[in-house]
Design a protein around this ligand. Structure first.
Ligand code: CAA
Length: 295
């Protein structure tokens, strides 16, 4: 049995390690032949090669408050870009005043405990976190409550210099419900997260960068362009390998160190069954840019 044959068998066994969908890049779905009919978001493809999907939250009068219909549209747009082979990364943004000011308080104010349970309230909010492709948040203005939580579901956060992050739920008699107590704590540590969650205080873009919540800060009018540029760079690599790399980093949040190291090693070994690993290393040796095929 050749090493390559062995590797093929290994990747055929991958579904036991990772979901089959993770390695399926064969579906080509075209969603862009007709104009978008979304009410609360806008979608477009950006970048020189139109390989970065951009989703803009577009409910400006309510500071992009995340009503149920907006979240449903956002999930749908994420899924469509995720299944589109021409898209290698997704940028999620809002407007200069707000990325999103949280869940829609007016919509949920009269909810009851039993309604929340029976309607599985907030349970469909994890669409962004479920994306296989990298999602970059480009945050300007307020990212509060559910807005901060959606930004944290993204893989990378870029912020405009006037951005503000916060979990102000405590001030309206509730607590974060879409990851604010969990993802924020993992991102910036217990003391800072506790301070934000218990006071409702906001932090600036600069503070968020210092704390590790945000990876870079740009002038407000540059942040989307910079996020698209980052998306283009990611999209220039093998989508197959990018997906495995993203999944491996995310395992750091879910597994013990030993389990995570084991998972990473298996994924690394499995990459050697791909055409893209062969092409990437061959191109390096031949001193030329690689031509990845996502196979
Ligand atoms: N839900 C519904 N509407 C909202 C909203 C929200 N989260 N945030 C802002 N809006 C609406 C306002 O009601 C207002 O609408 P009207 O003009 O119709 O009154 C409009 O957006 C503009 O808001 P403001 O007049 O309040 O603007 P401001 O500049 O004075 O203040 C702000 C801006 C500090 C962001 C303030 O709007 C605010 O505190 N918003 C609420 C933030 C918040 O508490 N978010 C957490 C929500 S709960 C949650 O997200 C739970 C979860 O974990 C999922």
């Amino acid at each position: 049995m050749t090493p390559s044959h062995f590797s093929r068998i290994l990747i055929s066994k991958l579904p036991k390690i990772i979901p089959k969908s993770t390695i399926n890049f064969t579906s080509t779905i075209k969603y862009y032949s007709t104009p978008s009919t979304y009410q609360f978001i806008k979608v477009e493809k950006s970048g020189e090669k139109k390989n970065v999907g951009v989703i803009t939250l577009d409910r400006p009068k309510a500071l992009n408050a995340l009503c149920q219909d907006l979240v449903t549209e956002l999930n749908e747009a994420i899924q469509k870009f995720d299944s589109d082979n021409s898209v290698g990364a997704i940028v999620l943004t809002g407007n200069e005043r707000a990325f999103a000011a949280g869940a829609d308080i007016k919509e949920m104010a009269d909810n009851t405990f039993s309604k929340n349970i029976t309607s599985a309230f907030l349970e469909h909010w994890s669409g962004v976190a479920k994306a296989r492709k990298p999602v970059i948040a480009a945050v300007n203005g307020y990212a509060l409550g559910g807005g901060c939580e959606i930004a944290m579901m993204c893989d990378i956060i870029y912020a405009g210099d006037k951005a503000k992050f916060g979990q102000p739920e405590i001030a309206i008699g509730t607590i974060p419900g879409a990851g604010g107590t969990q993802r924020l704590t993992r991102a910036i540590g217990k003391s800072k997260a506790m301070e934000m969650v218990l006071t409702g205080n906001q932090i600036t873009a600069e503070e968020a960068e210092k704390a590790g919540l945000v990876s870079k800060v740009f002038p407000a009018d540059k942040v989307v362009a910079e996020a698209v540029k980052l998306g283009e760079k990611i999209a220039s690599h093998s989508q197959l390998t990018v997906t495995l790399a993203k999944e491996a980093v995310n395992k750091a949040y879910e597994m013990t160190l030993q389990e995570g190291l084991h998972f990473e090693k298996r994924m690394f070994q499995a990459t050697f069954s791909t055409d893209d690993q062969k092409e990437g290393m061959k191109a390096f040796i031949e001193k030329r840019p690689p031509k990845f095929t996502n196979q």
